[in-house]
Ligand binder design. Structure first.
Ligand code: GLU
Length: 424
């Protein structure tokens, strides 16, 4: 058998994507140099006392890619794949995502390299609080604002907020609650923030369906990941009458040719550590068989590097809607293009999360409460505007949607550098 093609890491994927756009748009050479590097790469090593009384050391990362358009913004993930390269790639994606959707933010990302399944809830709380403390003034409510990402949730954001404000002067505590977004609604969070990434994914699928005159009621889809993004995307696809054929997560792959009941499956996962394996109204299939399923839409909503040189030739779908960050590597992308599989790029497709975060941030700064109807209306309008700008750029530059969305995003940052110049 021929040697398997080595998967490029996420940073390389994002760099390739940037280079393609920068070449095509003839990006200013100086700005290109600036955007090719993150502004800061922060690594903290910090101790945490485990339940057994022993001390364990953890390594936490925060990469701040660019803040030309506003404070750094982006999630923190807890996963064994977290390292400096991954954080660099993901931080750059945040810069493009916030610029594309016209948010007054830059881009950052970070996390801790660990497997959360190995720690108790009490240990996760101490790890999260100590990480927040270790980051110290490298984050700030108007400087760098973390949020949930893979394996982090609103509970952890509440611990981060509480830790951060507890280390401020008493009179400054309440005015700093926008240090993180994605908090529980009761603690300053936004109604609808939990669903906003998945809802945004489906808003972009709506736009694709409209362009192609496709009735989503008659479509089928497959999902990778059934967490914060995957479940909510399925929930809203279900509302449109589409049929979910298969779900793959870290525990396995389940398939039902007649369709899976989204809400029932979700209730099942709640009793099964969030995992789909063992769900009785589906058959379990092999990991690689998942990619061969004939469906209209594939929603990768888990980790990066899933649509690759190995899996892209197997796909039997019309559209990939990237709920995850960096799910398609450069080799996979090329194969999809050759095979006529359309991709709604991550920086647009999953931008509903950070748009929701922006509304939460404003809500906290203005000490007001935004109602769910208003949140969803504004989310739709922001995403639809960005979608339109992407399609226009794709026509103008005769390019794919990903490169077009990068061009839209990078142009805004390029203009800002042009207007301001470089200090000194
Ligand atoms: N982690 C999410 C993302 O990758 C949300 C980031 C945020 O809300 O700041 O877009």
């Amino acid at each position: 058998m021929e040697a398997t093609v080595r998967q490029k890491n996420l940073y390389q994927t994002v760099t390739d994507q940037f280079d393609r756009a920068a070449d095509l748009m003839k990006l200013n050479e100086g700005v290109r140099k600036i955007l090719s590097h993150p502004q800061s790469e922060i690594i903290v090593n910090f101790p945490v006392k485990m339940d057994n009384g022993k001390i364990e050391m953890f390594k936490g990362y925060r990469v701040q890619h660019n803040n030309a358009l506003g404070p750094y913004k982006g999630g923190l993930r807890y996963h064994p794949t977290v390292d400096l390269d991954a954080a660099m790639g993901l931080a750059a994606l945040m810069t493009w995502k916030t610029a594309l959707t016209s948010l007054p933010f830059g881009g950052a990302k970070g996390g801790i390299q660990l497997d959360p399944a190995k720690y108790s809830a009490a240990e996760m709380e101490r790890i999260t609080r100590r990480f927040t403390y270790a980051l110290g003034d490298n984050i700030g409510p108007d400087y760098d604002i973390p949020a949930p990402d893979v394996n982090t949730n609103s509970q952890m954001m509440a611990w981060m907020m509480d830790t951060y404000i507890s280390t401020r002067k008493p009179a400054d505590r309440q005015k700093n609650i926008h240090i993180v977004t994605g908090k529980p609604v009761n603690s300053g969070g936004l109604s609808g923030r939990d669903a906003s990434t998945g809802l945004g994914v489906v808003f972009t699928i709506d736009e694709w369906a409209e362009i192609n005159k496709i009735d989503l009621k008659k479509t089928s889809y497959i999902i990778q990941g059934f967490g914060k993004v995957g479940y909510w995307a399925a929930h809203f696809m279900n509302q449109r009458g589409a049929t979910l054929l298969a779900v793959q997560d870290g525990s396995g792959t389940i398939f039902n040719s007649k369709g899976l009941n989204v809400e029932e499956l979700y209730q099942y996962t709640k009793t099964n550590n969030g995992l789909v394996k063992g769900y009785s109204k589906a058959e379990e299939i092999d990991k690689i068989e998942f990619f061969k399923i004939k469906a209209d839409i594939f929603i990768p909503a888990a980790l990066g590097n899933q649509v690759t040189e190995e899996t892209a030739p197997l796909l039997n779908v019309k559209l990939i809607a990237e709920g995850a960050n960096g799910p398609t590597n450069s080799g996979g992308e090329k194969i999809c293009q050759e095979r006529g599989i359309k991709i709604i790029p991550d920086i647009l497709c999953n931008s509903g999360g950070v748009i929701g975060s922006y509304f939460e941030w404003i809500q906290n700064k203005h000490q007001e409460i935004m109602e769910l109807d208003e949140v969803n209306k504004r989310l739709k309008s922001k995403m639809s505007k960005a979608f339109g700008e992407m399609v226009k750029a794709a026509d103008h530059y005769k390019t794919d949607w990903r490169t077009a969305s990068y061009i839209v995003a990078i142009s805004k940052i390029e203009n800002s550098y042009r207007e301001r110049g470089i200090f000194p």
